[in-house]
Write a protein that binds this ligand. Structure first.
Ligand code: JFZ
Length: 576
């Protein structure tokens, strides 16, 4: 059975790489990529606001007096409302309580760095002034104001980035597919695709700098995804593209709602989160519960996601008349209060080499670790496993004048929390250490008779996602890393074995920061082992506590591409 699954999976992967293989434009030029600076800036947002707001906010999950289940922003589909009837909602859209500045200020107060708003959702109603359809907020409603324009200006005033959600399916577009059995993953007819391209151009031309374009759903062809991606990069090279443009054309991967990845990611990523699992758009009859419980939940999700290197995009669903509901405002205010005290442990941090522990997660800055503690144990001791650096000081971030005592117990650091008042959400402690970080990685490859054998199994895999649409999306391995202990020999022969799947795809091997490149060729096939083998020459291992070796593709034009990691083995043998 296992065998079958593996074979099936391989076929799928081959199919994907054959059908969407190059990232070259039709005239053979390399596509324009976002600069690493814009990518780094985006990755440092950490926490941003998502807004689902449109005509669907008026019925708010109720149709003909009936509570409609299913996401309320998709009520047109869930309640089977005809196009004619649904479009009448536009005549009632007059959100007198909407105020772009107060929404921007709420995001600021919450500690958010950007706002991503629905420019167009699946219902096809345009929340901006488009010249390609009259079904838009300026031409079809009594409100007559360009919501996106006003928000873009408010974001500028309050120093927030603006991103736009853009649905690739459109239940209103003539000739486009309606809400169907394929669950929002229909293909895009040629005319609809042209319409999308025109609208992408408008959105990236009329509203200043857009930090991310949040494509969603549908099932575009490779060519369609590439065409949209090229257009985005031509108009605004610094605008990042969500993975839901599909076909590996996104700059960042999007997790499932409210989900964090089950593994380490090797590409930039984001978790979109709703306040309530049941809906993104406003639902009048939603059970909301307790503000503090929700705030705690969302703060823990935020730090968990940040500790894994991701961005957290938390949604609000304003009402049809433009109000942010008090519950959502209060949750964001609580989060903002926590971040005011603890923001140093979130913004500007990176993934900690010391992994998360039973009590919570860890973020890092040079010379510092931030311990995000969910529960302080009854014995008031906090154990940090594997940490043995030289400590300068330890203190609670909420009160840096307090000095905490840390004692080394073998490979563990034990911190005394006797006099600490815990936060009701997450309590953060800072460890400042001297010199390089010293710690024992969880997984270290041991040598076997003067030889190290490195495989996908004994290393750490870094992932991304690849696929044509929501339903074919699957995790890929894009990099493998291994920790090796310090050895008393330094010269090693390095050898790589690989399979047919790797032929001619140049690989990069990084040994303690020193790069080697190798192109797998057909020269030395070993029929018994069903792999090829290539000698790479002599390399040196360092004398630091641990050696770090990494393996990935040299060409990163498609950073989501699968390495076929199971077929790769590195062998380091002591030179005699
Ligand atoms: C999509 C939309 O259909 C939905 O209305 C909302 O806008 C949401 C943010 O995105 O729905 C999805 C898509 C993917 C997942 C969940 C909801 N997912 O990966 O779990």
């Amino acid at each position: 059975m296992k065998q079958h699954t593996t074979i099936f999976f391989c076929c799928l992967l081959m199919f994907f790489s054959l059908s969407c293989s190059t990232n070259k434009t039709t005239d053979g030029q390399e596509e324009q990529k976002s600069t690493s600076a814009s990518m780094a800036a985006w990755q440092n947002h950490k926490f941003s606001m998502f807004i689902h707001w449109g005509l669907y906010s008026i019925p708010a999950g109720v149709w003909n007096g009936e509570q409609i289940t299913g996401y309320s922003e998709q009520i047109q589909g869930h309640a089977r409302i005809s196009k004619d009837e649904y479009t009448l909602l536009a005549q009632r859209f007059n959100p007198v309580n909407w105020n772009a500045d107060s929404v921007a200020l709420l995001a600021k107060q919450a500690g958010m760095k950007a706002i991503v708003i629905t420019a167009k959702h699946h219902d096809g109603f345009n929340m901006y002034d488009t010249k390609y359809s009259d079904y838009n907020v300026v031409d079809a409603t009594p409100y007559k104001r360009d919501v996106i324009k006003e928000l873009s200006e408010a974001c500028k005033r309050h120093d927030l980035k603006l991103g736009l959600y853009f649905s690739l399916i459109d239940w209103n577009y003539p000739g486009a597919k309606p809400f169907t059995s394929v669950r929002n993953s229909d293909s895009i007819p040629a005319a609809h695709h042209q319409y999308n391209l025109h609208q992408i151009e408008e959105l990236l031309t009329n509203y200043g700098a857009i930090s991310e374009l949040w494509f969603d759903m549908s099932s575009p062809t490779c060519e369609q995804s590439k065409e949209m991606a090229r257009l985005v990069k031509r108009l605004q090279p610094d605008c990042l593209i969500s993975g839901r443009i599909w076909n590996d054309q996104g700059d960042f991967a999007v997790m499932g709602d409210n989900k964090s990845p089950e593994f380490q990611m090797g590409t930039p990523w984001q978790t979109p989160a709703s306040m309530f699992d049941e809906t993104w758009g406003y639902r009048s009859w939603q059970k909301r519960g307790d503000v503090k419980v929700k705030a705690k939940d969302k703060i823990r999700d935020l730090v968990n996601i940040v500790s894994m290197g991701g961005n957290y995009l938390l949604n609000i669903g304003p009402t049809g008349d433009g109000k942010v509901i008090p519950f959502e405002k209060q949750v964001l205010t609580e989060m903002g209060k926590w971040l005011k005290v603890n923001g140093e442990a979130v913004y500007g941090t990176s993934v900690s080499p010391v992994p998360s522990q039973e009590w919570g997660v860890i973020t890092a800055k040079p010379g510092k670790l931030y311990l995000h503690v969910n529960v302080i144990s009854d014995n008031k001791k906090l154990v940090l496993k594997g940490f043995n650096s030289k400590i300068k000081r330890i203190y609670p971030l909420a009160n840096p004048s307090i000095r905490l005592n840390g004692t080394q117990d073998g490979d563990n650091l034990v911190i005394d929390l006797s006099d600490i008042n815990a936060s009701e959400f997450v309590t953060v402690f800072v460890i400042e250490y001297a010199g390089d970080l010293q710690y024992t990685p969880e997984r270290v490859v041991r040598d076997n008779k003067a030889e190290f054998i490195l495989t996908a199994e004994n290393g750490t895999s870094y992932h991304s996602y690849s696929g044509h649409d929501y339903y074919s999306l699957h995790p890929t391995v894009v990099k493998i890393g291994w920790y090796l202990p310090k050895t008393d020999k330094s010269e090693y022969m390095l050898e790589l074995s690989y399979t047919k799947a790797h032929l001619n795809k140049e690989l990069r091997i990084d040994i303690n920061g020193q790069e080697y490149f190798i192109t797998p060729d057909e020269n030395n096939y070993l029929p018994n082992e069903q792999c090829y083998r290539k000698q790479l020459g002599s390399v040196k291992l360092g004398d630091a506590a641990f050696n770090l070796i990494e393996l990935n593709f040299k060409d990163q034009s498609n950073p989501h591409k699968d390495l076929n990691a199971e077929g790769l083995t590195l062998r380091l043998t002591v030179r005699r």
